[in-house]
Design a protein around this ligand. Structure first.
Ligand code: SF4
Length: 343
């Protein structure tokens, strides 16, 4: 673990968690960047205390419900951007082909997602930003889904213009996902074809439009623990409705294929720290948890601040079967949030 160099004493550990208890649990004020860093540096034997506190925070400020979401890729692969973790970039040798879905396939996927009890269905595309063809397909696809399935439709189509933001609102897309991916200071190590600031501008337009903002990233792409704390602080400042938390899972053929995965201790501390930074946010387990945490870690995460999951498969990697997650939620007595409550 990279956290041991400045591991705090037992007394300091208790003081860090006590301050977090008073500030976050009792007053609902998220931790600052410096305070997040303290949590990320907690020693291994206090991880369960940090997770227990994060769980109390989630139960107090978000409640017991878990938001379930399914995702479908309307356009997979062949992206012109060079995000170094992503097997959908057309610039790398990763084995993901460019594929488009048609409207009928979209509706079928939405129906299957709704059948799991999910309230959210997110349509994603591997693009820098949508072109006219994609926006046209979204208009037809969202209308067809709304006609046939009782589910909220979200979208993730890259960077947007103001006109495209307005169009998505007009279509009835209620939430837009655009991840900052990592701390601003580490972003140039991850992406060179666009800037963190360009992503931020899209997020501001989305927030101002009234659509819910969904913005998270990937933990463990080689950023320092300070940069991990910086990222939590930057997300806290954006105050998104939802934060999808991915744990880095190296993809063959990408520039980051040899970056080692996080230890489960680092991943669990990140879950606790991000929850303590954002007490009211929907904190979603997204990709990579199977690799970093395994089955046990999924349970620890759900009892450590996570209150939303993606069911089924992710975009380019296999997730856990939906039934496994739904069974786990039932066992933990965490009700699935209904469509009407999730709007
Ligand atoms: S993360 Fe998105 S923008 Fe970046 S290469 Fe992958 S699909 Fe393209």
């Amino acid at each position: 673990m990279t956290l041991s160099t400045s591991t705090p004493s037992n007394e300091t550990t208790s003081a860090i968690l006590q301050t977090a208890r008073e500030q976050v649990l009792e007053r609902g004020e998220g931790l600052t960047t410096d305070q997040v860093l303290e949590v990320l540096r907690l020693p291994e034997d206090s991880i369960s205390d940090a997770l227990a506190l994060a769980h109390e925070v989630r139960m107090k400020w978000c409640g017991p419900e878990v938001e379930v979401e399914g995702i479908v890729s309307i356009k997979t692969g062949g992206c012109p951007e060079d995000c170094h973790f992503c097997s959908q970039s057309g610039l790398f040798t990763s084995p993901v082909r460019s594929v488009w879905l048609n409207i009928e396939e979209l509706v079928t996927a939405a129906r299957q997602t709704a059948a799991t009890g999910a309230s959210e269905f997110c349509i994603v595309a591997a693009v820098r930003g949508p072109d006219d063809k994609l926006m046209e397909q979204m208009r037809d696809g969202v209308a067809a889904i709304k006609e046939a399935v009782d589910i909220n439709v979200a979208a993730s189509l890259g960077m947007l213009t103001q006109e495209q933001v307005d169009d998505l609102v007009d279509m009835g897309v209620h939430r837009y996902n655009h991840n900052l991916e990592t701390a601003e200071s580490y972003f140039p190590n991850v992406v060179t074809t666009h800037t963190w600031d360009e992503r931020w501008k899209t997020l501001e337009m989305v927030r101002d439009s009234g659509m819910e903002v969904c913005c998270g990233g990937i933990i463990g792409m080689g950023e320092s623990v300070e940069q991990r704390a910086e990222f939590a602080g930057q997300l806290g400042a954006l105050s998104p409705h939802e934060v999808p938390l991915n744990f880095f899972n190296p993809r063959p053929g990408t520039p980051f294929e040899d970056v080692p995965v996080l230890t489960s201790s680092e991943a669990l501390l990140a879950i606790a720290a991000f929850r303590l930074a954002m007490p009211r946010t929907v904190l979603r387990f997204a990709g990579g948890r199977e690799v970093t945490l395994g089955d046990l870690g999924t349970r620890d995460g759900l009892l450590g601040g996570i209150n939303a999951v993606i069911v089924g498969n992710y975009l380019t990697t296999l997730g856990r079967p939906a039934d496994d997650d739904l069974e786990l939620l039932a066992e933990l007595k965490m009700p699935i949030k209904a469509v009407a409550d999730a709007v």
